[in-house]
Design a protein around this ligand. Sequence first.
Ligand SMILES: CC(C)(COP(=O)(O)OP(=O)(O)OC[C@H]1O[C@@H](n2cnc3c(N)ncnc32)[C@H](O)[C@@H]1OP(=O)(O)O)[C@@H](O)C(=O)NCCC(=O)NCCS
Length: 155
Amino acid sequence: MAPSVRLRDVRPEEQDAFFEAFAAYHTELDALDDDAGVHSVEAYRAALLEDLEGSGRELWWIEADGERAGFAVVQTLPDWPDDRTDVAEITEFYVEPRFRRSGVGRAAVEAILADHRARGTRLVEAAILERNGAARAFWATLGFEARARLTARRP
Ligand SMILES: CC(C)(COP(=O)(O)OP(=O)(O)OC[C@H]1O[C@@H](n2cnc3c(N)ncnc32)[C@H](O)[C@@H]1OP(=O)(O)O)[C@@H](O)C(=O)NCCC(=O)NCCS
């Protein structure tokens, strides 16, 4: 049976546990990133927490049948140049390995989409590393369409 999934906000006293999970995510994605190793988890922690209130970022636990199964970071900002609507970006998204392929990720994204439908957000985006084939398949199956390709090189 598909697990019952819900999002719950990360409380300030849970930040150590959050960044422990973030470290596992970071290690996993670094293996797929040519620019790996540039930023430490400590740098992410400092930057994420520095201006949490004003940044439009929300930190969520993904819970499956009441257990912590992963996390999501969603940043919602006014659209540019027309700031009458918001655009949200799922900037980090992680399901722990033992919970994968059982619909947890799908249910969590559907909960994020429902939340943003209710808020009137215009668009929900997710950036994917080119070499992250699992994530490409995952977001595609959830109806996310590739609309741009970010290219980068060292100057
Ligand atoms: C990508 C990730 C979030 C998927 O989470 P999940 O809970 O396993 O996903 P679901 O079980 O809800 O999968 C839904 C559908 O997505 C697709 N999918 C998910 N993982 C896949 C994989 N490894 N390979 C191919 N398709 C996959 C399938 O169509 C799947 O449906 P199915 O299992 O019925 O075939 C998870 O593997 C993860 O956290 N990976 C490491 C971090 C990461 O890459 N995050 C995304 C950054 S953009």
